[in-house]
Design a binder for this molecule. Structure first.
Ligand code: BEZ
Ligand code: FE
Length: 293
């Protein structure tokens, strides 16, 4: 195959795919090549622009570290993560909707008893979170596992700070009636990390990096599809301009403010505190949905 030109290059590349043994890989690579070439044709991509794109992707890779996943930020800010989440988690009406995973989940977060302070000393206004995990038919899911993670009041996750101890994340197990409760701090809106290439991309595109205030959950139980989601704060900023397109109306809840006084755990709070009550409804598992994302 020689003398390839604008008209013949795409077919020539696709022709090389026929020996690929893995059929799914062949399907993906064929589509990727077709769309990449169509993109270059449609935009009449110049060599300088191609080189700028290569430099940008190189910087994205170079910015990645064990605590910084710039490619996930890129996927999130381009809406790809929300698209992939949506098409892989179509659920019956009544199930809690999934949303983006984000880059700040950590495996094996510390286990806490129900009622414990998952903030673990994180600065912020106290928030008492409670709810129930149920199935679509209304059945309680005893022993459902809830993994929760959140940013501090300045908008940083523990893994972004070099303070070396776990804060604002934990694992809890719902009781025999599927109920759970824990203490943490009130979530605040925060910007996604924007001091790298994705931040510069957003800036060049005239976009802000902010996310509306939210609390992350991963809820799992045998026989049910694992749910990765957030609960957002009603009335907060950026609900309609989330930098990563993760907001769903059904996930917005009232975080109720209370004057200083007796808290749900019977203690006295000298400062105002919040409560959040939110139930999760899980979808029965299919073979496709048993795995973690
Ligand atoms: C997060 O909510 O933790 C998050 C999601 C997407 C990108 C950055 C952060
Ligand atoms: Fe977050």
């Amino acid at each position: 195959m020689r003398n390839l030109n604008e008209e013949t290059i795409t077919q020539a590349v696709l022709a090389r795919n026929i020996d690929m043994k893995d059929r799914r890989l062949r399907e993906i690579m064929t589509s990727l090549i077709q769309h990449l070439h169509a993109f270059a044709r449609e935009t009449r991509l110049t060599e300088a622009e191609w080189a700028a794109g290569i430099r940008f992707l190189t910087e994205v890779g170079q910015t990645c570290s064990p605590t910084r996943q710039e490619f996930i930020l890129l996927s999130d800010t381009l809406g790809l993560s929300t698209l992939v989440t949506a098409q892989n988690h179509r659920k019956p009406q009544g199930c809690t909707e999934a949303t983006v995973f984000g880059p700040f989940y950590v495996d094996d977060a510390p286990e806490y008893e129900l009622g414990a302070d998952v903030g673990n000393g994180m600065a912020g206004q106290p928030c008492f979170v409670s709810g129930q995990v149920r199935g679509i038919s209304g059945e309680a899911i005893p022993g459902a596992k809830l993994e929760v993670w959140q940013a501090d009041s300045e908008g940083f996750y523990d893994v972004q700070l070099a303070q070396g101890h776990v804060q604002g994340r934990g694992t809890l197990v719902a009781d025999a009636t599927g109920h759970f409760h824990f203490k943490s701090i009130v979530a605040e809106s925060y910007p996604i990390p924007h001091d790298g290439p994705v931040g510069r991309m957003l800036d060049a595109m005239g976009r802000h990096p902010w996310r509306p205030a939210h609390l992350h959950f991963m809820v799992s139980a045998p026989g049910y599809e694992t749910l990765v989601t957030h609960v957002f704060r009603e009335g907060g900023e950026y609900l309609d301009s989330d930098a990563v397109f993760g907001v769903r109306s059904s996930l917005i809840a009232d975080w109720v403010e209370h004057a200083a006084g007796t808290t749900p755990d019977g203690d006295q709070s000298a400062t105002p505190f919040y409560t959040l009550d939110f139930d999760f409804v899980l979808n029965p598992a299919t073979d496709q949905t048993r795995r973690k994302p």
